[in-house]
Each structure stands twice: as C-alpha cells, then as structure tokens.
Design a binder for this molecule. Sequence first.
Ligand SMILES: Cc1cc2nc3c(=O)[nH]c(=O)nc-3n(C[C@H](O)[C@H](O)[C@H](O)COP(=O)(O)OP(=O)(O)OC[C@H]3O[C@@H](n4cnc5c(N)ncnc54)[C@H](O)[C@@H]3O)c2cc1C
Length: 387
Amino acid sequence: MDFGLTKEQAMVRDAAREFAQKEIAPTVEEDEREHRYNDKIVKEMAKLGFFGFIAPERYGGTEMGYLAASLATLEIAKESPSYGVTFNLQMNAIQSVLLAFGTEQQREQYIPPLITADAYGCFALTEPDTGSDIASMLTTAREVDDGYILNGNKMWISGVPVATVGIIFAMTDPEKRHRGMSAFLVDMQTPGIEQCAITEKMGLHSSPTGEIVLENVKAPKDAIIGNPGDGFKIAMYMLDRTRLSCAARSAGVAEKCFELAKQYANERTQFGQPIIHFQMIQDQLARMWCEHEAAKLLVFKAAWIVDNPQQVGGRPTLHISTAKYYGAEAAVAAANEAMKVYASYGFGTEYPIERFYRDAKTYQIVEGTSNIQKVIIARNFIEEKKG
Ligand SMILES: Cc1cc2nc3c(=O)[nH]c(=O)nc-3n(C[C@H](O)[C@H](O)[C@H](O)COP(=O)(O)OP(=O)(O)OC[C@H]3O[C@@H](n4cnc5c(N)ncnc54)[C@H](O)[C@@H]3O)c2cc1C
C-alpha cells in the first residue's frame, strides 16, 4: 500500500529497497563482523541521489523532501542500520543547518560534495562529560583577530574517523550557557584535529563512531554558522531533522524484525505444527505488527509536517520527538520479540536477529535518549498558571 505517497516518493522507496537488498544485504554480515565501513556503498547511495532530497537543484539536490528521505532511510536501515546512519551524516544534519542558517558561500562550498559523497560529514555535540545537557559542554571557541581557536573533546561522534567536514558546537561565551554556544563548520583535516575510532562497541560496526580531539584548532571567521550565540538554536533545529532520520531507521528495524519473525514462525515446526499456530506466538506477531505500523505512520506524519510547515504552523518538534520515541521503543521491542520467536537460532549469528537486537538499542540513545524525547513531548502538556 502506498498510503498517499506520490509516484516519485514510491519510486524512491522502491529504489532504496532494491539497492539495500542487492548491494548491501549480500555483504552486510561480513562487513559488520569485520567492523568494515564500505565507502563504496555510500558513494553508490550518493549516485542514486539519496543525499539530495532536501537541497535545491542549484546545489545538486532534488528537493523531494523529508518524506522521500525518510522512506529511503527506512529501507536502507531494514538491511543495515549502520548505513542508515549515513543519511544524517551526509544530509539531515549539515545540509539542513546550512540551508536554514548558512551563508550562500557555505552552502555552495559544502552541500554539493556532501550530496555526491565527495565529502563525509559529522556533527559533534556530545563530549565525555556532556550528553543530554548539551549546554554544559566544555569545548570552547575563543575569538581572535582572524578567526576562532577551538579546544576540547567530542565523544561518540558518528562518522569519525572518516569525516572530512563537521559541524562542531563550542562555547564562545561559557558564562551564558546555552546562549553562549556557537556552531562552526570545520574542515576535519585542519591542524590540531585528531579523529580516533571507538572500536569497542555493542553494534553498528559498519558505522564508524569516534572521538574528536581539538587542540588549538584555527577556524576562519567565516566558519561560524549564523552568529555567535546561535549554536543552541541551530542544534535544536538540526536535532529535529536528525531525530526524524533516526525515527525512520527505527521503523525500518521494527518492520524487518516483524517480517523475519513472521517468516520463521511459519517455517519452524514444534509439537507437529508450525509455531505460528500457537496463540502466544500470534500475540507476539500481532503486537509487532501494530507497533511497526504505528512507528511508520508517525514517521510519515512527522516528515510530512516538516515538508509542509504552512499546514501546521510552529515547529515540528512534538511530532518528531513522538516518532523518535515511539520508533526507538518499537524497534527494541520488535528485536526482543523476534529474538524470542527465533529462540536459540536468534541467539546464534546465523540469522540477523542478534544484530538488529544490538543495533536497535542505539535508537533509545542517539539524538537524545528516550527519556529526553518524553521530556520534550510532555513539555507541550504543561499549562502555565496565570497570576
Ligand atoms: C552509536 C552512537 C552514535 C552517536 N553519534 C553521535 C553524533 O554523531 N554526534 C553527537 O553529538 N553525539 C552522538 N552520540 C551521542 C548521543 O547523542 C548521546 O549518547 C546521547 O545524547 C545521550 O548522552 P549520554 O550518553 O551522555 O547520556 P546522559 O545524558 O549521561 O544520560 C544518562 C541517563 O540519564 C537520563 N537523563 C539525562 N537527563 C535526563 C533528564 N533531564 N530527565 C530524565 N532522564 C535524563 C538519560 O535518559 C539516560 O538514561 C552517539 C551515541 C552513540 C551510542
């Protein structure tokens, strides 16, 4: 069912599905086992236009929108949650920020190579001692005559150590907390930057994650995005768009776990019949069905709102955080239930269930934890008392 998708959006979904099944799936298990990031896959995704959905044609994009982007992301994540992350790194983070806050020169310089994957992006908020509370970050950017000097450490940054360009968030006026944060577009080969891979992690082994050390890194004056002090506002805008992508990935994983569990339940025989005939297995599958359908619909709705802001008015944050929270929980629940349906074969590595089980956990953490999404959602319900 196409659920009101345009012909073009349905074509994007089908192209992404075909690419994921033909070009990613055959090597995904080996790539994950070997912790291999295959940039050829990213370049092929670029050739298919997967990183050009939000930018106008003059930068090399198609401007098809966030719903098209979400459909492609969902399909890629169904085969590989790792390569699902690349949508954020190449598109949803840097491109959305530059389109909303960048100068024409910044857009012309950075958006086209991100679309073609001639540049690899990252965005860096998190630090060793700063996660959810980003306004407490310790990285600083000191203004000098001809630019800024950046110092600090960023931790758990996707795309590191292969990133060639990044948005680095830093305090230009630490006393002012979130009003003293700024965002910088940084060439990741600048002297003073060290990118180190985090190799010991639970999953997403084909998606590099790492630490950035910034030691007296000189950024030119025009590296700042917007004005000094705009960083927090930019981060919130960016996170709305990266969370949407995360929600699409989680909906893809929830759907894939449902499909795999359904298939296995029809094939596996115990007590003389396929296990799908046991009501308790049906209960599990029925719940997985409902939850992944709901997760997808929340993603489609949130993406549609981002694509059609005039229809709703105001920021799309509530709808995006709803999709992000629900999708993350649905993906983890689906992987957990699929693991139970597969039982010992789920625990083994012959089937991909344990991989989805590990990778799904990231959706409850990245782009703001599930708790943080609930904080954002519930903020909308608080009525200020007058007087
Ligand atoms: C695979 C991976 C990739 C990542 N990629 C990036 C990236 O590209 N860029 C980047 O900047 N970061 C990235 N991160 C970091 C991620 O965004 C942070 O881990 C996340 O924001 C949570 O921060 P934290 O881990 O420090 O947890 P903490 O903030 O220390 O939270 C610990 C616990 O406290 C809870 N908590 C905190 N505050 C509240 C509150 N107000 N109310 C209720 N509960 C609360 C949290 O929900 C959590 O359960 C990545 C992380 C991972 C694992």
